[in-house]
Write a protein that binds this ligand. Structure first.
Ligand code: ZN
Length: 470
């Protein structure tokens, strides 16, 4: 006679279904069935193309009320941006996230709700078909009530599942997640950090597990050495300073902005560049400033040292945050060299557009591109050397200089992904990557004898050439 517990064991077998970030980068959402629990790993927005963004309003593919708990790897919108909708649609369980993730996700989601509302109103005014916002500020507030604390080094249990968070080193608060029940063990990498950079610690290498869901954003390439990136950045700042014009840097409000501030401050300290006025012209970055100070214990000891000396490591000598629209407009009349860091990082909107429109025609202006610019976008046209670009309805001559500095990515590269996963003997399923990246990484993993597959999505994902750079 068969052991009566066998059937039960079979029914409780580990199962993972991906409702996003499978064969594409964004929309991270993986539903894990383990030990009778239904646990959702991340609940992110699809981003990058209209076809992908249309998926955000589509049915989930599972019943939100049937999910027992959510584990959030980090605060980026492609991992957390659909959470308010999940709660709105019936999820009533806890959402486990680190303190820094909770701190960062609040301004990011409120900003996302505001942008969705503004988009909707603009489209309505212009008589275009407008899809309703996915959620509003009140939905974000309701979501935040569901958050519970997850800490690195303090495992928690959900039903019979033990959850352990480990350092992912991607942005403050980012973690990888291990889920263990009797006889089953899986790991979700979340997004893994670029260990060549020096503010956050390196990701903790993955332990062996039956199944590892691993991100593969840069599975097909290595970043250049970070010292080269900094040398090039310093050279551009010095040259731009000598021309006496504005230095415009489009940047994500989270991580990239703080990264730039940290290195500008270090270059000033070392006398590599002269001290110059630096404006962070982003209401969102201003809100994130406080979260960074609160996350100080997560930083590398070298960075923490500044706090013990009563210095903010992310503060060049002449730093100012401009919050109001009037303060932002006042930058137009400013004379002499200065750095203006503003969003959006991919130049899809935001205050950077105003600065580009007002300054691109001046030969003294420098535009420094430090992040990915999608095909067909304004940033890509500037990189490709366009003589004139259209910004907010005006044709603007490009007489300033455009520089591109690679290497600031917050993601692990090919070599680092291979290093992180080298102890894994079980199945590695690749997520969070374009098919070309995943195929290259799969070949590298198999070449050293590991078992690897591309995680299949629960429904077809539209083709996309986007690569998130966050
Ligand atoms: Zn991320």
């Amino acid at each position: 006679m068969a052991n009566p517990s066998e059937g039960m064991l079979c029914a409780m077998k580990l199962n993972v279904t991906s409702y996003g970030a499978a064969r594409t980068v964004t929309g991270s959402a993986h539903l894990v069935e383990i030990a009778g629990q239904r646990i959702l790993l991340d609940c992110g927005l699809f981003q990058g193309s209209q076809a992908l963004e249309d998926l955000n309003a589509k049915p989930w593919g599972f019943e939100p009320s049937s999910v027992d708990a959510v584990l959030l790897s980090h605060a980026h919108l492609d991992h957390a941006g659909r959470l308010p909708k999940l709660v709105k649609d019936g999820f009533t369980g806890p959402i486990y996230a680190t303190a820094s993730t909770r701190g960062i996700v609040e301004p990011l989601l409120l900003d996302s709700a505001k942008l969705q509302r503004e988009d909707f109103e603009r489209n309505q005014r212009k008589g275009r078909i407008a899809s309703a916002p996915l959620y509003n500020e009140e939905d974000v507030a309701k979501l935040l009530e569901r958050f519970e604390l997850l800490s690195v080094g303090s495992p928690l249990t959900i039903g019979g599942v033990r959850v352990t968070a480990q350092i992912a080193g991607h942005i403050p608060g980012s973690v990888s997640l291990a889920l263990q029940s009797a006889g089953e063990h899986m790991v979700f990498s979340g997004d893994l950090g670029n260990s060549r950079k020096d503010i956050l610690p390196d990701p903790t290498p993955c332990e062996d597990a039956d199944l590892v869901l691993m991100e593969s954003t840069y599975g097909d390439r290595d970043h250049r050495p970070f010292e080269q990136t900094l040398e090039e950045f310093a050279g551009i700042l010095k040259t731009a300073f000598d021309t006496g014009g504005k230095i415009l840097i489009p940047s994500f409000a989270l991580e990239r902005t703080q990264d730039l501030l940290y290195h500008i401050a270090r270059m000033e300290d070392a006398g590599i560049i002269p001290s110059l006025p630096v404006f962070v012209d982003s209401p969102l970055a201003s809100k994130i400033e406080g979260v960074y100070a609160a996350a100080r214990d997560e930083f590398e000891p070298e960075v923490q040292r500044y706090y013990t000396q009563n210095r903010d490591p992310f503060e060049p000598r002449q730093l100012r945050y401009t919050r109001s629209t009037d303060e932002s407009k006042a930058l137009n009349t400013l004379k002499g060299a200065c750095v203006i860091i503003a969003g959006a990082g991919m130049m899809t909107g935001g205050r950077i557009l105003h600065h580009l429109r007002n300054n691109l025609a001046r030969p003294s202006t420098s535009v420094v591109i430090v992040g990915y610019q999608p095909e067909g976008g304004l940033g890509r046209r500037l990189i490709d050397g366009a003589n004139s670009v259209r910004i907010m309805g005006d044709d603007i001559a490009v007489r300033g200089k455009v520089y591109t500095v690679g290497g600031f990515s917050a993601h692990a590269d090919r070599t680092e992904l291979l290093e992180w996963s080298k102890a894994v003997r079980g199945q590695i399923s690749l997520v969070h990557g374009e098919v070309s990246s995943m195929t290259a990484l799969k070949a590298s993993l198999e070449a050293r004898g590991q078992r690897c597959e591309l995680q299949e999505p629960a429904f077809a994902m539209p083709a996309s050439r986007s690569r998130t750079d966050e």
